[in-house]
Write a protein that binds this ligand. Structure first.
Ligand code: KIV
Ligand code: ZN
Length: 416
């Protein structure tokens, strides 16, 4: 692929031209994510979040939907003007008014860092029930609006909303027409989370074969929703099918069940680089911070067992696991906690923990336990764990003291 000259070439096109296996990360936490009930963000909150996303190294930040409200236009304007580095994007319906609002809002960013994201519903149900338009009318609106956006922006993305329930031939036709009208990125959203990974892989291969011969530099994008819990698997399948941009949100927030979770996609591509053979620009040690700040801003919590960023993601309680971890962390961890932003793995002591782990923790707390005292402490530990679940350091210290007292002799020696 020829490397485009820098003038009038968008930042994302420059990045894509450097490596055909570089996957662009498009973050929509502040647009699709924010659209979902409970995740509304003020412009100050968006500014804070955008700073974290910049540190995380996402390539594109969809900062909002400028035409949705004066407040959202202002938020996009502020974020695009105050944060440097990524490309900033505003969503727009296939209408000049929306595209003008996006243009006004993004005027605060350098030209190469502005993207307009134009979408229109293309599936039969969206055409008939929502838009009340024929395929010809949808096609005309898409081409007209993409061409208008391309007259104002060097970077235009076109989304065929509900692409996976759209007739494949019409989908290919409208995508090709959008590319012809000036869209460099073609997004194939699984708007309702309906597709399966096999279908996704095949659909990207089909679109690649149909469109790339005429538009070799076009970038296919994935935007998968999680209604059936397949958003991340579908995004990865899209990459296998040739997508080189993945859209998602921190903690997987988004309409209904959410979008593909950025932290999961990014770590899957990294940890299983052997399988996918692609790279991203993500600075992954910022993932936990991004997740935490989003929780703080939106006053929401994530599940303990949330992949990659949940508190249990690197926590071990079961004795067999703790024993394995003490021998070699690769027994039960496929990535290092530091790679995603945790300080270390954690060993949680509870009724499933073994004697070895209890002795180790006691040693860290300054008590070298052995023999009868260890047996006594371990028995006391199990009884208390049955009562209260997790045994923290204070509890363990109390158990050790009680055991020592029962022994009525200084049978344990202070380690330090
Ligand atoms: O899910 C969807 O189809 C969208 C589009 C606007 C890209 O969010
Ligand atoms: Zn969406």
């Amino acid at each position: 692929m020829a490397v485009p000259t820098p003038s009038r070439v968008s930042r994302t096109a420059q990045i894509a031209a450097t490596d055909p296996n570089r996957v662009l990360i498009f973050d929509t936490t502040m647009r699709d994510g924010e659209q979902a009930p409970g995740f509304s963000m003020s412009s100050a909150a968006k500014l804070k979040m955008a700073g974290v996303l910049r540190d995380l190294g996402v390539d594109v930040i969809e900062a909002g939907f400028a035409a949705a409200s004066p407040g959202d236009e202002e938020a996009v304007r502020r974020v695009a003007g105050e944060i440097e580095g990524p490309v900033f994007c505003s969503l727009a319906r296939a209408s000049e008014n929306d595209i003008d609002a996006a243009h006004r809002a993004l005027s605060t960013a350098p030209r190469a860092h502005r993207r307009c994201h134009v979408f229109i519903g293309t599936s039969p149900i969206h055409r008939s029930a929502k838009l009340r338009m024929t395929t010809d009318q949808v096609m005309a609106a898409a081409v007209r609006s993409v061409a208008y956006a391309a007259s104002l922006f060097d970077d235009v993305e076109f989304s065929a909303e509900d692409a996976f329930r759209t007739e494949p031939a019409f989908l290919a036709e409208i995508m090709e027409a959008a590319a012809g009208a000036g869209a460099q990125t073609l997004n194939v959203p699984d708007t309702v989370g309906y597709a399966t990974p096999e279908e996704v892989r095949e659909r990207y291969r089909f679109l690649n074969a149909r469109i790339r011969p005429h538009h070799p530099d076009v970038i296919f994008s994935a935007h998968c929703h999680d209604d059936l819990g397949m958003a991340v698997a579908n995004s990865l399948a899209a990459v296998e099918g040739g997508a080189r941009q993945v859209e998602g949100a921190i903690n997987g927030i988004g309409e209904r069940a959410g979008n593909a979770s950025i932290e999961e996609v990014v770590m899957a591509l990294k940890v299983r680089g052997d399988r996918y053979g692609v790279t991203t620009g993500a600075n992954t040690p910022h993932l936990v911070r991004a997740s935490k700040i989003l929780c703080e801003i939106t006053e929401t919590a994530i599940a303990r067992n949330k992949a990659v960023v949940g508190v249990n993601a690197f926590a071990h309680e079961a004795g067999i696991h703790q024993h394995g971890m003490l021998a070699d962390s690769r027994t039960y961890e496929i990535m290092r906690p530091q790679d995603v932003g945790f300080d270390a793995s954690s060993f949680v002591l509870g009724k499933h923990s073994g004697r070895h782990a209890v002795a180790k923790r006691a040693e860290v707390l300054g008590h070298a336990l052995a023999g009868d005292v260890l047996a006594e402490v371990f028995a006391g530990f199990k009884r208390r764990a049955d009562e209260i679940g997790e045994i923290n350091d204070t509890e363990l210290t109390a158990i050790i003291a009680a055991a020592a007292e029962r022994q009525e002799r200084p049978a344990y020696a202070a380690a330090g």
